[in-house]
Design a protein around this ligand. Sequence first.
Ligand code: ATP
Length: 213
Amino acid sequence: MRLGIFGGTFNPIHYGHLKAAEEVRKKCGLEKILFVPSGNPPLKSQNLVEAKLRYEMTAIAVSSNSHFEVSDIETARSGKSYTVDTVSRLMRLYPKDELFLILGIDAFLDLPLWRHPDKILSSINIIVITRPGLDISDINKSPYLLEAMAHRVKRQEHFELKLKNGGAAELISVTPYAISSTLIRKRIKENKAIRDFVPLKIAAYIKQNNLYQ
Ligand code: ATP
């Protein structure tokens, strides 16, 4: 099975995540997307609600799509979660499947700050997706791209990126949804509606648990 791995803080999960994941699933012929909410992420700690609650919100949000699943591989363990370790564990858990790590352009550009990025790039297929706020050509800022290819990334929808390590990654343009968890948290603080940004059940869960106030 071609299995997409979509990690994030999902603080909270929103339509940007859900719609991008479904679009990339179809465009890349993935049978399933496994959403992996992070436990205690080393890089994002502000306004982070408890891992258990973010896991629950993700589980609720993905339950309406039969191609989506949620994993507690990071939220069930204490301590910091590093993508490099998660990828190794998932490869052991799904030995017969072909795994694809899905990263927004912002996350891909952050890779140099992650633990053992070279190991991540050499051990799993990478799919980079576009995201509002960043232009597709911003991918050229990545230090992992072969320079010869960098200038060619302009308006294409589906692009194969050659990496310096000899490997390749896919760059997929997805419909832009200008939504971020930061925006949602800000709107909640300002007492503004979030119904356009998250599924109804998520808005209800946030309200019930008094999150992001
Ligand atoms: P925050 O605003 O708290 O930084 P976020 O909205 O960026 O959160 P994350 O959980 O950090 O959400 O994102 C998980 C993954 O989803 C990342 O790879 C990110 O690039 C991608 N992503 C987030 N929002 C969108 C969106 N609107 N469209 C496409 N991809 C997105």
